[in-house]
Design a protein around this ligand. Structure first.
Ligand SMILES: [Ca+2]
Length: 455
């Protein structure tokens, strides 16, 4: 109710209408108030304030003019003389009165407002947290990792199946949704709660098991526990467990995954995250200990599994004449030395890399992430006409040819784990006889990526 009241103030009284574009639309309902302010709203990544003080009445906000005013980013951008349905165009500062009234624009100016589609939320910790609790990781670092649990066959030591309205299923915990709902029965229609639950189980502990289909490396589990408090029929039956442990089958017995770091430390309703050193297993389960006094069943809305180590990126620099620093796994910065203008010649440079991989396969690639003449060395606004080329070789792979680095070039693959495998990464830069060269240093910062599809 409090949340609804906030929306009523923002949207109906102050009048702010959500839009995707770079205009602000105000459509207030005149409730008879002679003044109000909505201060410091976060809207499209900026700060919006709306002030109303009825012209000719008491001045409640001495620093704001009389009328209906809009502030964006701390600057006043619009004042009109009445509560009216208006839009303010951020680019032009133009104000349009949409309700046919004789409302006058007293002041308007342009301002800075992004379109909603150009505003990211990953830098907003509260939004990152809110989305994570709803099951979605919006951070660029880990938000694109595949959920290794989704859709995998799930079984359980006990699953509530009766009565029909209270039925649950293990598959509900890997269906991709972290939602739950109160069971609904209407005539012959029965809508169940989309969780796995063990209500009615005689066991002090139950488990929910996933078969990942093949040995799979894991470093993180996210668990969303159901808690129904006293809501509706069948309420006060589920809450988060008193304890849980992620376990894996080692071929003989079930083992607790070592060194689990849980946040929060004690199980919480809804979102819990459990990080651990990498473990590889095909059969994984979560063992839950039910709450007692009062006793409650355990329900899991969703379990997500991730390998946060399936990709690592190391930035490094390659340059023509400027020594540069490389990442820790790379050798000395490669340098082509000095380019001679007017003479067709190929220049070569190389560096080394040391690869350690415990994965079933691995691939080393190099890329030029820059949009500035991608794949070419640049010197200010100048760039070399011939593309930067690269290849990589190791003891058993000698025959590879040079190819353009471009926006991404796969250099080497491994089909089995390796330790301290020395790699030579070689670069080739062709200079043509007619290529114009500018005094100074040509360089690019490249990204080296070691990745795997079979952790
Ligand atoms: Ca689910």
């Amino acid at each position: 109710m409090l949340g609804s009241f906030n929306w009523m103030i923002f949207q109906d009284i102050a009048g702010l209408q959500p839009r995707l574009d770079d205009q602000i639309e105000l459509y207030p309902i005149d409730m008879g108030y002679d003044h109000f302010t909505v201060n410091n709203l976060s809207y499209h990544g900026t700060n919006v304030t709306i002030v109303w003080q009825r012209p000719g009445g008491t001045v409640y906000y001495p620093k704001a003019p009389q009328g209906y005013s809009l502030y964006v980013g701390g600057r006043r951008v619009m004042t009109v003389d009445d509560l009216a349905h208006v839009t303010w165009n951020s680019a032009s500062g133009a104000v349009s009165v949409l309700d046919g009234s004789d409302t006058k624009t007293i002041f308007s100016t342009s301002g800075s407002l992004a379109k909603a589609t150009d505003v990211g939320l990953q830098d907003n910790p509260r939004m990152v947290d809110a989305f994570q609790k709803a099951g979605v990781d919006i951070t660029p670092q880990t938000g694109t990792l595949p959920n290794l649990a989704q859709g995998k066959p799930a079984t359980a030591s006990y699953t509530t199946a009766t009565p029909a309205s209270q039925a649950t299923a293990p598959a509900n915990a890997v269906d991709g949704f972290t939602t739950s709902g109160l069971p609904v029965t209407s005539g012959s229609y029965v809508g169940t709660n989309p969780i796995w639950g063990d209500n009615g189980s005689p066991n002090a502990q139950d488990w929910l098991q996933l078969d990942l289909g093949k040995p799979t490396r894991l470093t993180e589990a996210k668990l969303y526990f159901y808690s129904n408090k006293a809501f509706g029929a069948g309420g006060s039956t589920y809450k988060e467990p008193s304890a849980y442990s992620v376990q894996y089958y080692d071929g003989t017995t079930w083992q607790d995954v070592p060194a689990q770091a849980k946040a929060p430390a004690l199980p919480a309703p809804n979102y819990n995250v459990d990080d651990f050193p990498a473990v590889t297993a095909q059969l994984v389960r979560v063992l839950v200990t039910k709450a007692t006094n009062p006793s409650r069943a355990v329900g899991i809305k969703e379990i997500q599994l991730f390998d946060t180590q399936s990709q690592t990126q190391v930035p490094g620099t390659v340059g023509g004449t400027v020594p540069a620093t490389l990442g820790l796994t790379l050798g000395t910065a490669p340098s082509f030395g000095s380019f001679t203008p007017g003479k067709a010649q190929d220049y070569f440079a190389s560096t080394t890399a040391n690869v350690v991989s415990t994965a079933g396969d691995a691939m080393l690639s190099v890329a030029d992430p820059s949009s500035d003449h991608t794949g070419h060395l640049v010197n200010g606004t100048f760039f070399l006409p011939q593309p930067l080329q690269a290849r990589a070789r190791k003891a058993d792979t000698q025959g590879t040819a040079y190819n353009d680095v471009g926006s991404g070039l796969n250099l080497l693959t491994w089909i089995e784990p390796v330790s301290n495998d020395p790699v030579t990464i070689e670069f080739k830069q062709t200079i043509g006889a007619n290529d114009a060269l500018r005094t100074g240093s040509y360089s690019k910062t490249l990204t080296y990526t070691l990745s795997t599809t079979n952790p």
